[in-house]
Design a protein around this ligand. Structure first.
Ligand code: ATP
Ligand code: MG
Length: 112
């Protein structure tokens, strides 16, 4: 299993969610976060307003998925979330040791 952690533009969440749902991925965790990248937030505009602070609103989308789906899901997210402008975000991947569905006790791929 692999955890895919994506930092996205807030306006891209619905499109990304819809695209991965369509592929067959349904379990996810979404968090509103603030962050900055190379530009330290300085040159970005959010909802028409230029931010004087350097931490911009972003969305963190986390999904634990079977290893066999990783390449395709990364491709889908990258294509859907990209505008080509600075601040499109980033994807981090982590190896996951195990998962447990609390209701049933199922483990590993059966639990996700
Ligand atoms: N190295 C990092 N570690 C953790 N979070 C990061 C890192 N780089 C970027 N982020 C997160 O991703 C968000 C978007 O980053 P951003 O897309 O601006 O990256 P970038 O490297 O500056 O690329 P670009 O030049 O396309 O803007 C940041 O607001 C921050 O939340
Ligand atoms: Mg940036």
């Amino acid at each position: 299993m692999t955890k895919i952690e994506c930092i996205l533009r807030p306006g891209k969440l619905e499109d990304v969610k819809e695209a991965v749902n369509k592929y067959g991925i349904h379990g996810m965790t979404v968090t509103q976060v603030i962050g900055c990248g190379l530009q330290k937030g300085r040159t970005e505009v959010y909802r028409g307003a230029e931010y004087s602070i350097n931490l911009l609103p972003k969305i963190k989308l986390e999904m634990v998925i079977p290893d066999e789906d990783v390449a395709e899901v990364l491709k889908i997210i990258t294509e859907v979330a990209r505008t080509g402008e600075i601040g499109d975000g980033k994807i981090f991947t982590y190896k996951i040791d195990d998962a447990i569905r609390i209701r049933t006790g199922e483990k590993g791929d059966d639990a996700i």
